[in-house]
Write a protein that binds this ligand. Structure first.
Ligand SMILES: C[S@@+](CC[C@H](N)C(=O)[O-])C[C@H]1O[C@@H](n2cnc3c(N)ncnc32)[C@H](O)[C@@H]1O
Length: 221
């Protein structure tokens, strides 16, 4: 018969607790990148949402969307994230104008896995998808551009990958399509890829508010 003494019970409990702590430590180490992302987000004291258009930039964006109402064709947003800017644009565009928002769910500031990120965006945009002619395209912008066969978009708002090649590809597609209002986010020294692609494409023919940039074709009212 194996009779556990109070001492052996106490030792077993100590060993079990030690092993649990060790496993938690291993998890912390394994997920240190995700934890750093979360802590960085948790400690933010600025208004607005990291990665999203900032409140003070929205006024300029609203002006651009209102101008785009004068043109046929949809508004294209490259980079849905969680749909904050999508919802703002849906509110400014006129009824019946389509808004297509593209995302491959490859990045978000919370460290959510792509499926959770997608689910969050899809659910939070339920109302405007049902009632405001908003469509979500899932995939990289290159895939969207290659498959798009609709009318010339009225406006494109580029805020997805900030790599030079990707931004340049999106801008070049929009120029080839003759999109009258080409705009984007994060035009700043902090995102040299964005700045370089925009400068190479338009030189000084852009307007910038905060980090929001726009090129409006001559003749666009
Ligand atoms: C900066 S966030 C967009 C912020 C959003 N426009 C807003 O104002 O709330 C960038 C988004 O672009 C997506 N993304 C990154 N590269 C992409 C690509 N090549 N094609 C489509 N989406 C991309 C990321 O998954 C992320 O959700």
């Amino acid at each position: 018969m194996n009779i556990a003494t109070p001492l052996s019970l106490m030792i077993r409990r100590l060993v079990r607790n030690f092993l649990r702590t060790l496993m938690k430590g291993r998890d912390v180490l394994r997920h240190r990148k995700e934890l750093a992302t979360f802590l960085n987000f948790r400690n933010r004291t600025q208004p607005g949402f990291e990665g999203s258009v900032q409140p003070e930039e929205l006024e300029f964006l609203s002006e651009l969307v209102r101008r785009s109402n004068a043109f046929d064709g949809p508004i294209i947003e490259v980079g849905t994230l969680f749909g904050f800017t999508t919802q703002a644009m849906a509110g400014w565009k006129m009824n019946g104008k389509e808004l297509i928002s593209i995302d491959d769910y490859s990045w978000n500031p919370l460290g959510l896995a792509p499926l959770a990120h997608r689910d969050f965006a899809v659910r939070s945009l339920h109302y405007i998808r049902q009632n405001c002619d908003v469509t979500l395209f899932e995939g990289p912008s290159t895939q969207f551009c290659a498959s798009y066969d609709g009318p010339t978009p009225a406006m494109i708002f580029i805020d997805a990958s900030h790599e030079y090649e990707h931004v340049l590809t999106d801008i070049t597609w929009a120029r080839q399509k003759g999109v009258p209002i080409i705009a984007g986010h994060d035009y700043s020294a902090f995102w040299p890829g964005v700045k370089r692609a925009v400068d190479e494409s338009f030189g000084s023919a852009i307007t910038v508010y905060g980090t929001l940039w726009a090129h409006v074709n001559q003749g666009a009212s």
